[in-house]
Design a protein around this ligand. Sequence first.
Ligand code: ATP
Ligand code: LTN
Length: 330
Amino acid sequence: MNKERVFSGIQPSGSITIGNYIGALSNFKEFQDDFDCLYCIVDMHSLSNEQKPSELRKNTLDLLALYLAAGLNPEKSTVFIQSHVPAHAELQWVLNSVVSVGHLERMTQYKDKAQKQSGSIPATLLNYPILMAADILLYQAKYVPVGEDQKQHIEITRDIAERFNYRYSDTFVLPEIILSKSGKRIMSLQDPTVKMSKSDENPNGSIRLLDSPDDVRRKLKRAVTDSLGNFDYNDEQLGLKNLIDIYSAFTKETVEDIVNFYKDLGYGRFKSDLGEIIAEEVRDIQVEYNNYISDKAQLEKIYREGAEKASYMAEKTLRKVYKKVGFVAR
Ligand code: ATP
Ligand code: LTN
């Protein structure tokens, strides 16, 4: 029996954070046995922001090593780099024709990021959701495990698929979002009203998977809480709430159990325990990461084979699409 497809991707636009890990990466491995999974490093999406070429190259290989360190098994899942499969850009072009500029301009991520742009706004930022739709629709993926911030992007993907299916007859599977059980949205340690993000310029706002254990402990100590002094989980104490979410994501303990345990122990003890918990998990991941990143030949073999498998699936959809829109067959 054919397994249903799962597709997800992370941009190599910086060094990935525990937000990316909790909201996305740590969940990827859970689908490997029951679904036909594709996990992509979406390097083309990174061009929606200015990137230093040498850093983009390094971040891409780092992210591949981190995918593997987080338990992705290339024997079970297709692990690949987006720019190695030209069908993504090709389908994106076709899908441009079923999306209005107005819709793209109303996307939350576009508005946020365009506003932060100091110079002119690159067209890649506006077209970002169409490339993401192409990623997912090319593989007829049914499920997309991502963090909550990506909800609108999955909605526009469904919308694009529906429009195309309506105009040219049934072609694409309509994908569904899968949110992680805990930590759908991890916030900055310095400002709990904004999302923790790998492109945050404040180094203390996010913990990176490749941070040293000492940096992890230090950043946690400095994490913003409040002066109320009561250990509770509510919207008046957003900093603490965020740390409790992180604790729960790493330990799988319930919020209630965490609050009960730390009620009389206080913030200091809680933060220092959480520092140890994250430092330990990060250390384990880094041991694996170091093994993978030091073997460039093995990495190359993995991404080459991944691209070959992905291309085969992608070409099948692209051929169908080209035929439906009226391109003459080669
Ligand atoms: P950038 O800062 O470059 O925009 P980002 O850190 O927001 O990047 P993405 O590459 O956009 O990360 O996201 C990769 C995955 O991580 C997505 O599934 C996204 O939903 C998830 N993710 C990102 N940030 C968080 C967060 N703070 N909490 C939970 N999940 C997150
Ligand atoms: N936009 C996503 C990254 C991404 C993605 C995808 C996620 C690009 N293409 C396809 C899932 C499926 C983000 O996390 N910023």
